[in-house]
Design a protein around this ligand. Structure first.
Ligand SMILES: [Zn+2]
Ligand SMILES: [Zn+2]
Ligand SMILES: [Zn+2]
Length: 257
């Protein structure tokens, strides 16, 4: 299984428009963060988690030639806004793209991308998608790939994280119930959101993410959904324990599963 971090930034991305801070002005490629998303290549399938506003650029950067499925975590724009750009895959694969989401996300997609779903607006140029329902506590299969949705809370909004074997991806979490945490033990790799140093209403800050990692004890943890307020990548990385890293765009994780 190969996981690629296609975006490790929070909702505004890094650099932030108009910002002159040292992180936004940094020349280090690890300080340039597209909106959070990952690509998974596993058992011959090409899967992405979320299609944020940078989806097109992310697919170009990674030179993704085919797409089998999209899993959605939640309906915030930084996670869904790029859905329209599945069209090149529709054209090249000559079929709809399978999307997996809960009813809450599907309702939002129908509102935000009404022309995709409204029979009145059907014509050859619009995205073609096929929706599969996925929800907390219900294992979902993409052929023989088992996906376990994990519910986390983004302040008051439920968000889904995904566990695939000994790998899990959690973003936009602020709290996780004990029963959902239990599903995240004995992982080889955990990718988890960590916004910045200071506390935030709806995201883990660095301290909260580190304390959760300490509780769950994955072999390796990677922090994502990062704001410019986190600081320079290389400076923050130096202060982290050996098995914990700050994500950067283009980072690849090879899992033996
Ligand atoms: Zn987000
Ligand atoms: Zn900045
Ligand atoms: Zn969000």
């Amino acid at each position: 299984m190969i996981v690629t971090i296609t975006g490790s930034g929070t909702s505004q991305g890094v650099p932030v428009i108009g910002c002159e801070c040292k992180v936004c002005k940094s020349e280090n490629y690890k300080d340039k963060r597209l909106r959070s998303s990952i690509h998974i290549y596993y058992k011959g399938k090409s899967i992405v988690i979320d299609t944020g506003p940078d989806f097109r650029q992310q697919m170009l950067n990674l030179k993704v030639k085919s797409l089998d499925a999209v899993l959605f975590t939640h309906e915030h724009k930084d996670h869904v806004a790029g859905l329209d750009d599945v069209r090149p895959f529709n054209f090249s694969q000559k079929k709809p793209i399978d999307i997996y989401c809960n009813d809450q996300v599907f309702k939002a997609l129908k509102r935000e991308f009404h022309y995709i779903f409204d029979p009145k607006f059907q014509y050859p140029g619009i995205p073609k998608i096929k929706r599969f329902k996925l929800d907390k506590g219900i294992d979902t299969y993409i052929e023989d790939i088992k996906i376990e949705p994990i519910e986390v809370m983004h302040y008051k909004l439920p968000v889904l994280g995904f566990k695939i074997g000994k790998f899990a991806y959690i973003t936009d979490a602020k709290t996780i119930s004990e029963s959902e945490k239990n599903k995240l033990k004995k992982l080889d790799v955990l990718i988890i959101n960590s916004l910045r140093i200071k506390e935030h209403l709806s995201h883990f800050n660095l301290e909260e993410a580190l304390s959760l990692i300490n509780e769950l004890k994955p072999k390796e943890a990677i922090l994502t959904h990062i704001s410019h307020f986190m600081g320079l990548h290389d400076e923050v990385q130096k202060k982290l324990p050996k098995n914990i890293s700050l994500a950067f765009d283009g980072q690849k994780i090879n899992l033996s599963q």
